[in-house]
Design a protein around this ligand. Structure first.
Ligand code: COA
Length: 178
């Protein structure tokens, strides 16, 4: 089932190698297996997962990429978080199967989902990750924003989807509340 992706996303999904779709319940076990393949054991012990406990991912923003045979090549999910009263997206996990890495699939998943996030009205996004990789998508250190310990502050990165959206926002990242 194709979720509410904007028209330009559907055009991009017609790229010959991969089709991007929104993740649905039927995809869940395959996506979990992909994450288990791509991340070290115990990934769910990471502090970022505490922000996800009991909170559903953002509807319509988690994407999967399947090849022409339907094989899952990559996936990305997003959760809502809060810094004081400010809402933000927590990007991740994002993963590409080891046999498909280096083809640009990770970049496609990130760029398409960030465009879609803006269309959905989100203003700012953050993640815990490698600056050398995420810098190419406009992410930079969020020096005034703290993730739950133990998190290396140098890996706390953010990107404003609207200009200035991170200005003046500081404090601890918390689970989103209704
Ligand atoms: C990170 C990941 C999603 C990238 O997906 P991908 O499809 O291979 O990425 P792309 O093809 O778009 O980009 C590949 C480029 O990113 C670089 N890159 C990949 N991971 C990197 C990292 N952690 N730090 C710096 N550069 C990285 C590659 O060296 C390559 O560089 P090049 O363009 O100069 O050749 C994928 O490598 C992956 O699933 N890794 C394991 C899980 C993971 O670490 N997820 C991210 C959590 S922070």
């Amino acid at each position: 089932m194709l979720g509410p992706l904007p028209p330009e996303t559907e055009q991009r999904s017609l790229r010959p190698l991969y089709e991007l779709k929104t993740e649905v319940a039927e995809d869940r076990h395959e996506v979990e297996a992909l994450y288990d393949t791509c991340f070290a054991p115990g990934r769910e012990a990471l502090s970022s997962y505490r922000l996800r406990d009991g909170v559903p991912p953002v509807a319509g923003l988690s994407l999967i990429a399947r090849d022409a045979q339907g094989v899952l090549g990559g996936a990305i999910r997003y959760w809502p978080v809060q810094i004081s009263a400010a809402a933000a997206l927590l990007l991740g996990p994002v993963a590409v199967h080891p046999t498909r890495q280096g083809e640009g699939l990770g970049a496609m998943l990130i760029k398409v989902s960030l465009d879609h996030a803006l269309d959905l009205g989100w203003e700012r996004v953050m993640l815990v990750g490698d600056a050398p990789y995420y810098g190419r998508f406009g992410f930079a250190r969020l020096v005034q924003v703290s993730m739950p310990p133990p998190t290396n502050p140098e890996r706390v990165l953010g990107r404003a989807l609207r200009a200035g959206a991170w200005d003046g926002i500081k404090g601890d990242v918390m689970r989103a509340v209704d």
